[in-house]
Write a protein that binds this ligand. Sequence first.
Ligand SMILES: CC(=O)N[C@H]1[C@@H](O[C@@H]2[C@H](O)[C@H](O)[C@@H](O)[C@H](O)[C@H]2O)O[C@H](CO)[C@@H](O)[C@@H]1O
Ligand SMILES: [Zn+2]
Length: 286
Amino acid sequence: MTELPARRLLLVHAHPDDESINNGATMARYAAEGVHVTLVTCTLGERGEVIPAGLRHLTGPALGAHRRGELAEAVRALGVGDARLLGGAGRYGDSGMMGIADNDDPGCFWQADVDQAAGHLADVILDVRPQVLVTYDDQGGYGHPDHIQAHRVAMRAVDLAAERGHRIDKVYWNRVPRTVVEAAFARLEDELPVLPFDKSASMDDVPGVVDDERVTTAVDGAAHAAAKAAAMRAHATQIDVAEPYFALSNELAQPLFTTEYYELVRGTAEPGESDLFAGLDLEGTS
Ligand SMILES: CC(=O)N[C@H]1[C@@H](O[C@@H]2[C@H](O)[C@H](O)[C@@H](O)[C@H](O)[C@H]2O)O[C@H](CO)[C@@H](O)[C@@H]1O
Ligand SMILES: [Zn+2]
């Protein structure tokens, strides 16, 4: 069995593209520092919209296969070598946006048995033995069923893994401080006339916005801005990038953050920490 690096980070995401949007700079930074970064993606995003006209023929399984390729290109851009699909490729289907009939598809992630799905994730946790896990808050950041389910499965898997012999030291949820979003949208409004986007999103479109005091950790990934942008561009069916902004298929411009923010929800945060591994005794961890 190959010896894993001392620091090991696990990120749990719903669709191909979420990892780059939420944590691209963090993943690139830690990968560059020699941290073992493991990404688990829960669905292939086969119910997503497609931006480029030349790719709009891709739907269902064909879109899922294409987005799997986009994901592979994105994690290469981030320098991440361990990217896995929860339960294996295609095990859990994309559930579609909240409230549509697709949510009732028995094969979609929203209909999954949480304990069973968490069992698959706990297998990964026991394999990699991460000290840190990152996922969404209980609203999935913005209320998408697959994001909410990814949160539920991740938090359940933390407990299952502890029962099976590996306790994760720190669990974080993706966050953005309210004052940071307000300032970023003020700049965006000023710059919109010269951007390749007609309209800006609203703050409500940004996942995980909370009052500043709930944010425990700010990871400065400015040195990895290019890697994050390249990873987001790799998801060409889902994202248009015009740094320091991007838009999803709704064509609404929003800020592309290179400092990425987190709220520690399990474990102990160092005051004003800027490192997800802050405060951990990593000597001899395995
Ligand atoms: C970022 C993210 O989670 N994207 C999801 C989301 O995609 C959105 C959806 O298609 C919506 O209808 C569009 O207006 C919006 O622009 C898209 O980002 O939901 C998809 C379907 O579940 C999912 O495949 C995609 O990854
Ligand atoms: Zn998503």
